[in-house]
Design a protein around this ligand. Structure first.
Ligand code: UDP
Ligand code: MG
Length: 315
């Protein structure tokens, strides 16, 4: 029984990249919330190669507060790698993954914990809105979720980020997976167990700015969701092939009929140029799709580490 365990330890895993402005408020908020829950806790901050003084601030925080543990990457490895590393080092009975920029409100953590205590292994926080995000990001992200859920072999709840609580056994499953975690949401969905959600309103970024490359970063994460969790894109090539071969046959038939009934029809340059460009485009797209998979196969085969830890503080 969960209730009979004497002291539950919660690991709060935070990927951090250039968040110097928000760091003090973040730590204060997490400390306040966790003190209120009465659980033991550790805050694992993963510095993803920050360049703005975040590293020094983290080192300082880790030496003054025993709850705080910090990992420092040797360079920027990306949001997902930072979370993976944090989970690797988490020793809690459950882990909460939360963004550093206060877009994932720490005040929600007690609700996540409550659902976990009811017996859920995964409690994801689901956004009601996406305030403060550009329309471009909103459109791309909603289309991305629709696409992933339609074609991928797993169901990923819409409007959830990586803000979630996962139980010890889910953390262990994630840590035991050898493949790269380019899309943690997908991994958690693949693992299964009892999952539920808690709704919240996502505020705009508290401090600092969501930079353009962050948008590209999110896009990359979404593409990982498509290519790492489904072979659907591969089947697009053969479908397109049939479609184009079919259209060519129909066109030939139309030309033949026009010829037979003696109607003049457009011939020559425009038709050829259009067909050439169309076919060239289709071929490049299908080669590109193959490339996406081959690139990922190559990455997995090399077995390079997904992140390299430079220093640790408090761990
Ligand atoms: N982050 C990171 N490495 C990166 C980019 C971001 O660890 O290369 C962290 C960042 O500090 C934040 C979280 O990942 O805690 C989410 O980043 P961001 O707010 O830019 O993403 P968004 O909210 O737009 O999805
Ligand atoms: Mg953010």
């Amino acid at each position: 029984m969960l209730e009979s365990r004497p002291k539950m330890l919660l690991s709060i895993v935070v990927p951090v990249y250039n968040e110097i402005e928000v760091l003090p408020s973040l730590l204060a908020a997490i400390r306040g919330v966790m003190a209120g829950t009465g659980h033991a806790y550790e805050i694992i901050l993963v510095d993803d190669g920050s360049l703005d003084g975040t590293s020094q601030a983290l080192k300082q925080a880790a030496t003054t507060d025993a709850h705080i543990k910090a990992l420092f990457f040797s360079r920027n490895f990306g949001h997902q790698a930072a979370i993976t590393a944090g989970l690797d080092f988490a020793s809690g009975d459950a882990a909460v993954v939360i963004d550093a920029d206060l877009q994932d409100p720490p005040e929600l953590i007690p609700q996540l914990i409550a659902r976990w205590r009811e017996g859920f292994d995964v409690v994801y926080a689901q956004r009601r809105n996406r305030k403060g995000e550009t329309w471009l990001k909103r459109v791309v992200s909603s289309a991305g979720y629709k696409l992933i859920n339609k074609i991928a072999d797993v169901d990923i709840p819409p409007n959830t980020g990586d803000f979630r609580l996962i139980s010890r056994r889910v953390v262990d499953e994630i840590n035991s997976m050898k493949e790269s975690h380019g899309f943690l949401r997908g991994m958690v969905a693949v693992i299964g167990f009892r999952q539920t959600s808690v709704l919240f309103d996502r505020p705009a970024r508290f401090e600092g700015t969501g930079k353009y490359n962050r948008f590209l970063g999110s896009l990359r994460i979404g593409l990982n969701g498509i290519f790492c969790f489904s072979n659907y894109a591969l089947s697009i090539s053969s479908k397109l092939g049939f479609l184009i071969a079919g259209s060519a046959f129909l066109l030939a038939l139309v030309y033949l009929i026009l010829k037979l009934i003696g109607t003049p029809f457009p011939l020559g340059n425009p038709t050829i140029v259009i067909l050439l460009l169309f076919l060239g485009g289709v071929q490049l797209i299908t080669v590109g799709i193959l490339g996406e998979y081959i690139g990922r196969i190559y990455e997995e085969i090399r077995q390079r580490p997904k992140f390299i830890v430079d220093r640790k503080e408090g761990l």
